[in-house]
Write a protein that binds this ligand. Structure first.
Ligand code: GTQ
Ligand code: FE2
Length: 305
């Protein structure tokens, strides 16, 4: 009798299934393939859309949950409800005048790119008040206390980037609200390595360059600022790491197979692994790149073509 190659409900396969065993010769899908077959897709989100929706959230977020006034950029693939790329999530967040986002800490690492705000919109990282000014990158490495406040009359907006999907995958998720509740006491306002103004990091001039910032500070996330003068173009090969881009100033056009989107300030582009892509500058542009490359480097999985 010919051996059936598919689990077909026969007593043989039903017995295996009851034992939580799956026949390696008749898998529903392969477990290995020749080269990455990313499930995530290139995608774009527009700050203007998110800003309108955040502004309209005024009465929707409970007063004691203003640390959740954010809109998560969910990669539009089947079954995904959270991640922007495989290991990282990006979200637009705002603090409205008078909002106080409760201090907390987590085993996931976080950072922010400030889009709109002025002195008086601030985040408190381990007791240090850091005012949020546009173009600044603010770091909240894993397990640092952080909370936000807005003492100005205008809403402050930024983009959060976190490695929550990766930490979920590892199941090493921990979260703790501050023991005193509310916003932690401010104990310092001085300069801090947690605050990186993009303009200063890039230095003067308008030449094309890419600088890595906060190198080695967060074990899972690498940050780059990419400056391109008008007419510039940078080509990026297929790599195993996944990238999320946000436009800091000017405009940038992102091109990949089947993908062509021009992004303005605050717009975000997800570029999953193994997608060759290019970034063009239709005008002088600064682009912020957030990638999970350190995960691949550390684990010996970094590859490119
Ligand atoms: O601002 O602390 O988008 O803890 C997701 C989780 C932001 C934050 C997010 C967070 C935060
Ligand atoms: Fe947080």
């Amino acid at each position: 009798m010919l051996l059936t190659m598919k689990p077909d409900g026969s007593p043989y396969y039903a017995n295996l299934s009851a034992l939580n065993l799956s026949p390696g010769w008749a898998r529903p899908e392969p477990s290995m393939w020749a080269a990455p077959q990313p499930k995530f897709k290139p995608a774009v989100w527009r700050f203007a859309d998110a800003r309108k929706a955040l502004d309209a959230s005024h009465n929707m977020v409970p007063a004691d949950q203003t640390e959740r006034r954010n809109l998560i950029m969910v990669n539009p693939i089947e079954g995904n409800t959270y991640a922007t790329t495989r290991h990282l999530v990006a979200a637009y967040q705002c603090v409205m005048p008078g909002d106080k986002a409760r201090t907390h800490r987590h085993s996931a690492a976080a950072l922010r790119l400030v889009l709109h705000g002025k002195t008086g919109v601030y985040t408190v990282v381990n007791g240090t008040r850091i005012d949020m000014l546009p173009g600044e990158v603010l770091l909240t490495p894993a397990w640092c206390w952080h909370g936000h406040a807005n003492e100005t009359g205008e809403t402050g907006y930024w983009i959060d980037f976190l490695d929550i999907p990766f930490v979920q995958l590892t199941e090493a998720m921990f979260f703790e609200p501050h023991p005193q509740g509310g916003l932690e006491a401010i104990t310092g306002t001085g300069p801090t390595p947690m605050r990186i103004p993009s303009r200063e990091a890039l230095g003067p001039g308008g030449d094309a360059k890419s600088v890595e910032i906060a190198k080695g500070v967060m074990p899972t996330i690498a940050l780059h600022l990419i400056r391109q003068p008008k007419g510039g173009r940078v080509a990026l090969p297929k790599v195993t790491a996944n990238a999320i881009y946000a436009v800091v100033s000017g405009k940038a056009r992102f091109l990949a197979e089947g993908f062509d989107e021009t992004a303005g300030v605050g717009d975000v582009v997800a570029m999953p692994c193994w997608h060759a892509h290019a970034i063009e500058a239709p005008e002088d542009a600064v682009v912020f790149k957030v990638s999970d490359d350190p995960i691949f480097e550390k684990l010996g999985l970094a590859r490119s073509v």
